[in-house]
Design a protein around this ligand. Structure first.
Ligand code: XUL
Ligand code: CO
Length: 433
């Protein structure tokens, strides 16, 4: 036991009226929502990087957090793991997620990186024997170290491609060994700063070959989890290749991977791409590639990827409406890819940040479920398209222009506009959030 969270009790559900800050008001893991326990719907995960590896820097100032595990030895990496699993236990978190670089010190070479990772994976495995917390996903950090400054898979230097492929293999091995339910690839520096020095054709082919190898390796080792790509339009590169769900789907089709790879969709990334979160979720669901979500928002004033805990129930409800409508998560879940504000120095800030976010999500989930169970929105949507259920109309989709012209003339088709009833539906929505 470390003393990092000394004095902070394990959180339990106490209901909306409680005055206890160290309690859940809405997140009640055992409460059944649409036939499933809330914990099994939401599948919350703690992001190791923001909670335990991030030092509190911003572009104008360095480290603000002073954690006893900061440093680059294996002993400190183990202390960090001890504190992490204590936090998972305090929160009752069902899952966590990590990058290799969050959990092990950087070695002098590839072999040392791998040894360090393997040692920590064994340390995690031992902890997981007595912890309820499981691994939602693992991933490789192919963006922080300077070797990745011009990309990983899309780097003009084949040696960086090789290093990256080898690193992903070790991270997939680690994820598999820990029973991870998914493996994520966020294309951290897969993009460009200027087209003046960039060969788009080569870089796309490299990225396609790389992802195909990831899929092949998944099958080779018998990893049953999902491979997930996380789209993001900007930051850190001026242009990121995995811009949004639609762009990534086009990329997957191009390389024949659309049945092998799904999406990890982040709220803040969706907004950066000029979409809403629900748009990205709805599109992914409609394409059959909705995998998992990163539930962290940006600050709408600064407009950048500030990775904040969710605090807006109606926004979150819109997202869970799409998730529930799609049938809910299978291997995916709700990862808080969220960090504290850099002035939030205390151990309790870490706990309360997550607890509040879990309550916001629980409220959103319940609102979404209630509306789905009410059925009004889906009835209105079906009614709007009801004409297409008639066989003579459905048949048009496999007809041709000349036959349709003949039909329009013969039947005297003359469309009469009907209301989209948006305000009525917005009013219905607002009854539930
Ligand atoms: C970066 C981001 C990453 C991925 C995992 O914006 O979201 O933390 O979630 O690499
Ligand atoms: Co993310």
């Amino acid at each position: 036991m470390t003393d990092f969270f000394a004095g902070i009790p394990k959180l339990a559900y106490e209901g909306p009226e409680t005055d206890n800050p160290f309690a859940y008001r809405h997140y009640n893991p055992d409460e059944v929502v649409m036939g499933k326990r809330m914990e099994d719907h939401l599948r919350f995960a703690i992001a190791y990087w923001h909670s335990f590896a991030w030092e509190g820097g911003d572009p104008f100032g360095g480290q603000t957090f002073d954690r006893p595990w900061f440093g680059s030895t294996m002993d400190l990496a183990k202390l960090k793991a001890d504190v992490a699993f204590e936090m998972f236990d305090i929160l009752g978190a069902p899952f966590f997620c990590f990058h290799d670089a969050d959990v092990r010190p950087e070695g002098a070479d590839f072999a040392e990186n791998t040894r360090n990772l393997e040692e920590i994976v064994d340390y995690f495995a031992a902890k997981m024997e007595s912890s309820k917390t499981r691994l939602l996903w693992g991933t490789a950090n192919l963006f922080t170290n300077r070797r990745f400054m011009s990309g990983a898979a899309t780097n003009p230097d084949p040696d960086v491609f090789a290093w990256s492929a080898a690193t992903v293999k070790t991270c997939m091995d680690a994820t598999h060994k820990l029973g991870g339910e998914n493996y994520v690839l966020w294309g951290g520096r897969e993009g460009y700063e200027t087209l003046l020095n960039t060969d788009l054709t080569r870089e796309a082919e490299q990225a396609g070959a790389f992802l195909s190898m990831v899929v092949d390796y998944k099958h080779k080792i018998g990893f049953k989890g999902a491979i997930l790509v996380e789209p993001k339009p900007q930051e850190p590169s001026k242009h990121q290749y995995d811009y949004d769900v639609a762009t990534v789907y086009g990329f997957l089709k191009r390389f024949g991977l659309e049945n092998e790879v799904k999406m990890n969709i982040e709220q803040g990334h969706a907004i950066l791409a000029g979409h809403s979160f629900e748009h990205e979720l709805s599109l992914a669901a409609s394409l059959g590639i909705l995998g998992s979500i990163d539930m962290n928002r940006n600050d709408y004033q600064s407009g950048w990827d500030t990775d904040q805990f969710p605090d807006n129930v109606p926004e979150v409800a819109r997202a869970y409406y799409e998730v529930l409508k799609a049938g809910g998560f299978t291997s995916g879940g709700t990862n808080f890819d969220a960090k504290l504000r850099r002035q939030s120095l205390d151990a309790e800030d870490l706990i309360l940040g997550h607890a509040g976010a879990m309550d916001v999500c629980a409220r959103g989930l319940k609102a979404a479920a209630a509306l789905l169970e009410h059925g009004g929105l889906e009835e209105a949507r079906s009614a709007r398209y009801a004409g297409w259920d008639k066989p003579e109309n459905k048949a048009m989709l496999s007809s041709d222009l000349a036959s349709i012209e003949a039909r329009v003339k013969a039947e005297g088709i003359n469309p009469e506009p009907v209301s989209g009833r948006q305000e009525r539906l917005e009013n219905l929505w607002n009854r539930f959030v």
